[in-house]
Design a protein around this ligand. Structure first.
Ligand code: C2E
Ligand code: CA
Ligand code: CA
Length: 640
C-alpha cells in the first residue's frame, strides 16, 4: 500500500515539476526540486526495504527542504521582477544610492539618460563612475545636504550632467529618503529637462535682447547696472550712465514708416557700439532711447570719462544715415549721471541721467548735460508722493478702473482687470507706475492692496443680478502683500463678506514675486488655489521667464507683456517669440492673455496664434465700473 501511494505521489510530482521547469522560467528551481522528489519517491517505492528506511527518511527530508527553498526563491524572484517592471515603467530615471555613493537599484530609463546600455551596468557602481566630472567629495556633499535637518523632500535641484559619452544633459534631480533595514538610502529621480532648458534659454534671450537692434533691452540693462554699481561699490571704483534720445525720431517714423524707423535704430545702435570700450554696455531703453553704461572707472574720473564718451557718441551721430535711398541727418541729446556722485543705485542713476537728458534737449539738438541738484525737483518726487499717500485711503482718494479682457474668438467680455487710480488733492491724478513703486518702498502697498482687494470684491457683489453678474475680476498683487502672513485670511474674508466663490477672483503676480522663493510663496499660493482663486503670471517675458515657475507654482494664466505684443506686426522676432510663448503655454495647459492689444492687426495675429484672451486699448481702455455695466448691457464690447 505505502509503496503504491508513494509511487503515485512521485509521478504527480514528476509531472508538475516537469511542467514548471518547461513553462515558467522563474519557477524552474521549484520544478527541479519537485522532479527530484518525484523521482526519489518513485525510486524508493520500487526499491524500498526495511533496511533502507533511514536512507529514505533522510532523502525526503533533504528534498523537502530543497523544495521549500525553491519556493522561497520563486516568490522572491516574482517580487523582484515586479519591482523591476514597476521602476522600469517610470518615465523618470530612478536610482537608489547609499551613503557611500554606490548604486543599489537603477531603472532602464536612468541607464539611457546617463548613456549606458542597461540598468545592470549601473548597479554596484559608484556614482562617480557614472558621471566623469563628479568627484567623491561632491557625492558625499550631496548626501550630507540630503540628510541635513530641516530639508524638505523631495530635495529638488537642477544640474548639468557631463556624461561619459561626452554629451551634456540638463536634469532635474529629486532626492527622497528610502530606508531599508534601518539604513538610509537616497532615492534619486532624474528628469531630462533639455527641452525645457531650450525654451528657457530662448525666453532668457528674448527677455534680455531688444528685438529691433539685437542689443540689451531695458530689463537686462537695469540688472547689469545694478551689478556694476555693486561691483564698483565693493572695490571703490566709479561708473557712469549716459541716457541718449534721438532728436525728432517721431517725425522720421511718421513720415517714412516703421521699417525705416527701425533701420535708423539699428544703424544708431551699431554706431554707438563702435565707440564703446569692451567693458561698456549698450541697451535700447525704449522707443528711441539708448543707454550706455561706462563701466569700471578710476576714482575721481567718472565725469571726465562720461563726457569723453558722450562727445564720441555725438560725433558718431554726426554723419548722415543712409535709409533706403534717403540720406537723413539725426542728432542725439545725451544726459549723464555718475556713480557715486549723482546716484547710489541703478534706478536713481537711470532716472537722473534721464532728467539730465531732458535738460540737454531743452538746450537744443546734439547737446549733453550732467545731472545736478537743481534738476533734483523730480528726484524729490518720491518723498512728496510718500507724504501724500499717507491718509489717502481714509480720505477716499483711491478708485478702481476696470479693463476688459475679451475672448480672442468673437471679442466677448470674459473677465476684467482692476487697475488702481489715485487722485491726490495736492498732486492731481497720478498713474500707478509713479506711486506704486513709492508705496512698495514704504510698505504702504500692503494697506493699499488690501483696499483694492476689498473694493474689487465689493464691486463684484454689487453686480449681482445685473448684466455683469458672475464676472471674474483680476487684481494686481505685489510681493509685499504675499509676504504678509495675513494675506490668505484677508482674501478669504473679502470673498466671504461679499458672498463670492473663490473662482471669481484672480490674482496677477509678477515673476519677481516668485523668484527666490524660500517655500513661503509656494505655500501661500497653494492655500489660495485651495480657495479656488485663479493665479496669473503678469508681464510674462520681461523678467526672469523661467518655465520652472509655471510648472512649480501651478499658475492658471499667463499674461504676455505688451512689449512683445507691440512689435508683433513688424518684428519677426517678437512675432516668433509670442508664437513660441503661446505654443508653450498650450503645452502646459495654461490660459493665455495678450496685453496691450492696440490694433485690429495685432488682435487678428494673436487670435490666429491661438491666444485665448486679449486685453488692450483696441477693445477698451480701463473704465469706471458703471461704464463697464453699460458696455455689458449693450451685449458686447465694441472696439474703441
Ligand atoms: P499692468 O498690470 O501690466 O497693467 C496694465 C497696464 O497697461 C495698465 O496701466 C493699463 O492701463 C495699460 N494698458 C492696457 N492696455 C493697453 C494698451 O493697449 N496700450 C498701452 N500702451 N497700455 C495699455 P496702468 O493702469 O497705468 O497700470 C500700470 C501698472 O501699475 C500695472 O501694470 C500694474 O503693474 C500696476 N498696478 C495697477 N493697479 C495696481 C494695484 O491695484 N496693485 C498693484 N500692486 N499694482 C497695480
Ligand atoms: Ca496686471
Ligand atoms: Ca501686465
Amino acid at each position: 500500500m505505502a509503496p503504491g501511494s508513494a509511487a503515485i505521489l512521485g509521478l504527480v510530482m514528476l509531472w508538475m515539476g516537469a511542467r514548471l521547469v518547461r513553462a515558467q522560467k522563474r519557477y524552474r528551481w521549484l520544478g527541479y526540486t519537485l522532479v527530484a522528489r518525484g523521482a526519489f519517491n518513485v525510486l524508493s517505492s520500487l526499491t524500498l526495504g526495511p533496511e533502507l528506511y533511514l536512507l529514505w527518511f533522510a532523502g525526503t527530508s533533504i528534498l523537502k527542504t530543497l523544495s521549500m527553498l525553491g519556493l522561497i526563491y520563486s516568490v522572491q524572484d516574482e517580487i523582484q521582477q515586479r519591482y523591476v517592471r514597476t521602476i522600469d515603467s517610470l518615465s523618470h530615471g530612478f536610482l537608489i544610492r547609499d551613503r557611500l555613493g554606490y548604486v543599489h537599484v537603477a531603472n532602464e530609463r536612468c541607464a539611457r539618460l546617463l548613456g549606458f546600455d542597461s540598468a545592470a551596468d549601473l548597479v554596484g557602481k559608484h556614482v562617480c563612475e557614472l558621471l566623469p566630472h563628479l568627484t567623491p567629495a561632491m557625492a558625499d556633499e550631496y548626501f550630507r545636504r540630503f540628510e541635513a535637518p530641516g530639508v524638505h523632500y523631495p530635495m529638488t535641484e537642477t544640474a548639468m550632467f557631463a556624461l561619459h559619452n561626452g554629451t551634456r544633459l540638463p536634469v532635474e534631480m529629486m532626492g527622497s529618503p528610502y530606508i531599508e533595514r534601518g539604513r538610509l538610502y537616497c532615492l534619486v529621480q532624474l528628469l531630462d529637462i533639455s527641452e525645457r532648458k531650450k525654451k528657457d534659454d530662448l525666453l532668457y534671450q528674448a527677455a534680455r535682447i531688444d528685438p529691433v537692434t539685437g542689443f540689451f533691452n531695458r530689463h537686462a540693462l537695469s540688472a547689469l547696472l545694478t551689478q556694476e554699481v555693486a561691483r564698483a561699490a565693493a572695490v571703490g571704483r566709479e561708473c557712469a550712465v549716459l541716457f541718449l534720445d534721438l532728436d525728432k525720431f517721431k517725425r522720421i517714423n511718421d513720415s517714412f514708416g516703421h521699417a525705416i524707423g527701425d533701420e535708423l535704430l539699428r544703424q544708431t545702435a551699431r554706431r554707438l557700439h563702435a565707440v564703446l570700450r569692451p567693458n561698456d554696455a549698450l541697451a535700447r531703453f525704449g522707443g528711441d532711447e539708448f543707454i550706455i553704461v561706462v563701466a569700471d572707472l578710476e576714482p575721481g574720473t567718472a565725469e571726465r570719462m562720461a563726457r569723453l564718451c558722450a562727445e564720441r557718441v555725438i560725433g558718431a551721430m554726426a554723419g548722415r544715415f543712409d535709409l533706403s535711398h534717403h540720406a537723413i541727418g539725426v542728432s542725439a541729446s545725451v544726459g549723464m549721471a555718475c556713480y557715486p556722485l549723482h546716484g547710489s543705485d541703478s534706478d536713481m542713476l537711470i532716472r537722473n541721467a534721464d532728467i539730465a537728458m531732458y535738460e540737454a534737449k531743452k538746450a537744443g539738438r546734439g547737446e549733453l548735460r550732467f545731472f545736478n541738484d537743481a534738476m533734483n525737483a523730480a528726484a524729490k518726487d518720491a518723498l512728496v508722493i510718500d507724504t501724500a499717500l499717507r491718509g489717502a485711503i481714509e480720505a477716499g482718494e483711491f478708485s478702481l478702473l476696470y479693463q476688459a479682457i475679451v475672448d480672442a474668438r468673437g471679442g466677448k467680455l470674459a473677465k476684467v482687470e482692476a487697475l488702481l487710480r489715485w487722485d491726490s488733492p495736492g498732486l492731481g491724478p497720478m498713474r500707478p507706475d509713479r506711486f506704486i513703486p513709492v508705496a512698495e518702498d514704504s510698505g504702504m502697498i500692503v494697506p493699499i492692496g488690501t483696499w483694492v482687494l476689498n473694493e474689487a470684491c465689493r464691486q463684484m457683489a454689487s453686480w449681482r443680478h445685473g448684466p455683469l453678474d458672475g464676472l471674474t475680476v483680476s487684481i494686481n498683487v505685489s510681493a509685499w502683500q504675499l509676504a504678509d502672513p495675513a494675506f490668505v485670511a484677508l482674501v478669504e474674508r473679502a470673498l466671504a463678506d461679499n458672498g463670492l466663490g473663490g473662482h471669481r477672483l484672480e490674482l496677477e503676480l509678477t515673476e519677481r514675486v516668485l523668484i527666490d522663493d524660500g517655500g513661503h510663496v509656494h505655500a501661500v499660493l497653494q492655500r489660495l488655489r485651495a480657495l479656488g482663486v485663479g493665479l496669473s503670471l503678469d508681464d510674462f517675458g520681461t523678467g526672469y521667464s523661467s518655465l520652472s515657475y509655471l510648472t512649480r507654482f501651478q499658475l492658471n494664466t499667463l499674461k504676455i507683456d505688451r512689449a512683445f505684443v507691440m512689435d508683433i506686426e513688424h518684428s519677426e522676432r517678437s512675432n516668433s517669440l509670442v508664437n513660441a510663448i503661446i505654443a508653450m503655454g498650450h503645452s502646459l495647459g495654461l490660459q493665455l492673455v495678450a496685453e496691450g492689444v492696440e490694433t485690429a492687426g495685432q488682435a487678428a495675429i494673436l487670435e490666429k496664434m491661438g491666444c485665448h484672451y486679449l486685453q488692450g486699448y483696441y477693445f477698451s481702455r480701463p473704465i469706471a465700473a458703471d461704464a463697464l455695466s453699460r458696455f455689458a448691457g449693450e451685449g458686447q464690447l465694441s472696439a474703441s
